[in-house]
Design a protein around this ligand. Structure first.
Ligand SMILES: [Zn+2]
Ligand SMILES: [Zn+2]
Length: 160
């Protein structure tokens, strides 16, 4: 299992890797377990235990079932966090689901397929049409208001 972790020093067992990671980590108030890697920069991915990424080593050691074909994501956005409950791998099924496009736009119009790609068009023509109509209406109101403002005062125009 650990052999799938790229760059990980081969002498580690799951047990010794867990101990190693915990010895180099500090628990923060927000629950993150921040690991200290070789570099001096914090808040970025850390290399540990040979040349392994700490969050990937932590996933393999604490969570298990690491799949090297998939990324290990941080739910907490702290890239140097190795808290197992903050780490996850997105399964292939989930990736496929998120790639599926919704069949209606955000305003509920049925989306049109683009014949050349077989995928839905990015922009919704019905929404575009509505947007243009609203814009023309606003313009019409503004023109009407501007005209009203330019009507000269009858008294003044009589004097000039
Ligand atoms: Zn975290
Ligand atoms: Zn629409």
């Amino acid at each position: 299992m650990l052999s799938r972790v790229n760059g990980l020093s081969r002498h580690f067992t799951e047990d010794s890797l867990r101990r190693y990671l915990l010895e180099r980590s500090v628990r923060q108030a927000d629950g993150c377990l921040i690991v200290r890697g070789y570099g001096t920069r914090r808040g970025v991915y850390q290399k540990v235990a040979g040349r392994a990424w700490a969050h990937i080593a932590a996933y393999a050691a604490f969570v298990g079932g690491y799949d090297p074909a998939l990324d290990v994501d941080h739910l907490c956005d702290a890239r140097d966090c190795v808290e197992p409950t903050h780490l996850r791998q997105v399964s292939r099924a989930e990736i496929c689901r998120t790639r599926e496009q919704p069949s209606t736009c955000r305003n509920g119009h049925d989306r049109e397929a683009d014949e050349s790609t077989g995928r839905y068009r990015r922009t919704c023509r019905a929404c575009n049409r509505d947007g243009q109509r609203r814009w023309r209406e606003r313009q019409a109101v503004e023109v009407a208001l501007a005209r009203a403002a330019y009507v000269p005062n009858p008294g003044e125009s009589a004097r000039t």
